[in-house]
Design a protein around this ligand. Structure first.
Ligand code: URA
Length: 186
């Protein structure tokens, strides 16, 4: 028999007190995650940015506006899904997460995933994809392909911030979210 899942409010309280790595020194607050605790779809991003650190909610800045538009293409609203990040604290200057930060922080994400128990995990960008799939294959090769990790269907997609700097990524993002919608309707 598996372990009893830890309630999300208990996990959120643990995250809020976490001082396992130096990112806690620079944070305004932790960003636990947000959405439907019974979601069919868990969306995993990279780490909070400036706006997320200030508001305590994931994907509320420009990348979040992109994500909201893309969710609509899949026939989803934010209230339907749960959104979390690999890291719960903002890295300074939005630098990439470091391996030791990922190692220390992801036990929280693992527990969140067990508790929510989604059917689909959508990984946004390289960090979430590599963590969930335990792969070195990059997002350019994996995006839009259905994968499996344990009991979860995993669907990697470019990070919506990629389209802020490179508009050519937008079409791929739209196509992949349309495919996600089809997978959910199957
Ligand atoms: N980018 C992420 O990966 N996560 C957020 O919460 C915001 C921007």
């Amino acid at each position: 028999m598996g372990k009893t899942p830890i309630p999300l409010d208990v996990l959120a309280a643990e995250v809020a007190q976490c001082r396992k790595c130096p990112l806690c020194e620079g944070r305004t607050q932790t960003v636990f995650g947000d959405g439907n605790p019974d979601a069919r779809v868990l969306i995993i991003g990279e780490a909070p940015g400036k706006n997320e650190d200030l508001q305590g909610i994931p994907f509320v800045g420009k990348a979040g506006q992109n994500l909201n538009q893309l969710l609509e293409i899949a026939g989803l609203a934010r209230e339907d899904v749960f959104i979390a990040n690999v890291l719960k604290c903002r890295p300074p200057g939005n630098r990439d997460p470091r391996p030791e930060e990922i190692e220390l922080c992801t036990p929280f994400l693992r527990e969140q995933t067990r508790t929510i128990n989604p059917e689909f995990i959508v990984t946004l960008g390289n960090f979430a994809t590599k963590f969930v799939l335990k792969t070195d294959r990059g997002i350019t090769r994996l995006h839009g392909t259905l994968q499996q990790a344990g009991r979860f269907k995993v669907f990697p997609i470019y990070h919506p911030a990629a389209a802020i700097y490179d508009r050519s990524k937008w079409e791929a993002l739209e196509n992949d979210f349309a495919t996600l919608g089809e997978l959910l309707r199957k």
